[in-house]
Design a protein around this ligand. Structure first.
Ligand SMILES: Nc1nc2c(ncn2[C@@H]2O[C@H](COP(=O)(O)OP(=O)(O)OP(=O)(O)O)[C@@H](O)[C@H]2O)c(=O)[nH]1
Ligand SMILES: [Zn+2]
Length: 347
């Protein structure tokens, strides 16, 4: 219990622009730091900056990555790197209009750097931190191991369930899950009556713009509607609605990725420039939910081979992959092509 509690406190502190100590490394999120907070953190000496390996590629610092090829990079605070300079290092929004020329000087990466950047991602923030400053007396302290445990092994429980008739099926039940140390409340919609056969299952990741607003930039809204219709037509199945907005980078960062796409980067490169991987989702959570729903075997509606592999790896047998028609339109053509060509989707 306490493990999750401290990680949750640390996430909250980062989002508020407060320092956090991870295994004795004090960090402050670049995105939420303000001038006063940074000045205190920089006393008596300026803190360095940690960025994710993928962001380092864009800043032409990839050759500075330590042991791990995709690992973080630590940048020394040259005099030009004030809060605005650090923000330009963290956020690629102005990479094209005002490219950063440095000079950059890099330093050996401290051991908790990877856990620290992971915590920033869990907070929905850009993976960029001031590191090694003075945290003050009241900073939350958390272990790198605890961050790993909360991130890698979501301990879910069923929190509530109720009947939910929907347009496509009068007989449906909604089940909400809670995870320790994480505010995301995942949902399952059980449609129809169990038939003794494996259910038709759709793993859907949250997309506010597509699911709710009818965005034409992606295919999510139509896929969601099609999946519910297909499950209802099959007689019985489950929609798993995972709160993994933006392939796990969160809404704010997805909208940053959209702004980069307006500058000409595709959906994969936009994520990489922000410092994320192409896909930050963990589908282990879907396997966990199926376990709690007592479904060891499924037929999976997807074009994404990673979803099949993740379920199989977590011990859920995927009896069949059922392809899903994409809702193609002129605005999402490049997005769907990129998913096929760069992310291995069979479309
Ligand atoms: N980062 C990022 N996320 C996006 C973008 N467009 C859509 N998304 C997110 O991508 C996710 C879509 O996931 P899914 O519907 O599960 O689909 P998928 O991985 O394409 O696999 P399928 O099962 O084949 O549909 C949602 O979380 C969207 O918010 C984008 O340009 N950038
Ligand atoms: Zn979408």
């Amino acid at each position: 219990m306490t493990v999750g509690r401290n990680v949750a406190r640390a996430i909250d502190a980062l989002r508020r622009g407060w320092p956090v100590i991870i295994d004795e490394l004090a960090v402050l999120a670049v995105e939420t730091a303000d001038e006063a907070g940074l000045a205190a953190f920089d006393t008596p000496a300026a803190a360095d900056i940690l960025i994710a390996g993928n962001r380092a590629v864009t800043l032409k610092l990839a050759n500075q990555r330590d042991a791990v090829p995709t690992g973080p990079v630590r940048i020394a605070r040259m005099p030009w790197i004030d809060l605005a300079g650090a923000t330009a290092i963290a956020d690629p929004a102005r990479d094209l209009s005002t490219p950063l020329k440095g000079p950059f000087q890099t330093l050996p990466v401290p051991a908790p750097a990877t856990a620290a950047l992971r915590l920033a991602k869990m907070a929905g923030l850009l993976p960029a931190l001031f590191a090694g400053g003075t945290p003050g007396d009241d900073a939350i302290s958390v272990g790198a191991d605890a961050i790993g445990v909360v991130h890698d092994r979501p301990a879910l429980t069923i929190a509530s369930r109720a009947r939910l008739p929907i347009a496509e099926a009068e007989k449906a039940e909604i089940i909400a899950f809670r995870a320790e140390g994480d505010a995301s409340e995942h949902v399952a919609l059980m449609i129809g009556e169990p038939t003794g056969q494996p259910p038709l299952v759709r793993i859907h990741s949250e997309c506010l713009t597509g699911d709710v607003l009818g965005s034409l930039k992606c295919d999510c809204g139509l896929q969601l509607a099609d999946a519910i219709a297909a499950i209802a037509a099959s007689g019985w199945g489950i929609l798993l609605y995972l709160r993994q907005e933006g392939r796990g980078i969160g809404l704010v960062n997805k909208l940053r990725a959209y702004a980069l796409q307006d500058q000409g980067f595709d959906t994969v490169d936009a994520n990489l420039r922000l410092g994320f991987s192409d896909d930050e989702r963990d589908f282990g959570v879907a396997a966990f939910m199926l376990g709690l729903l007592a479904q060891p075997e499924v037929r999976l509606l997807t074009n994404n081979p990673r979803k099949v592999a993740a379920l199989e790896a977590a011990g859920v047998r995927v009896r069949e992959r059922v392809p899903l028609q994409a809702g193609a339109n002129p605005h999402n053509r490049a997005y769907l092509d990129t998913k096929r060509d760069r992310s291995g989707h069979s479309l």
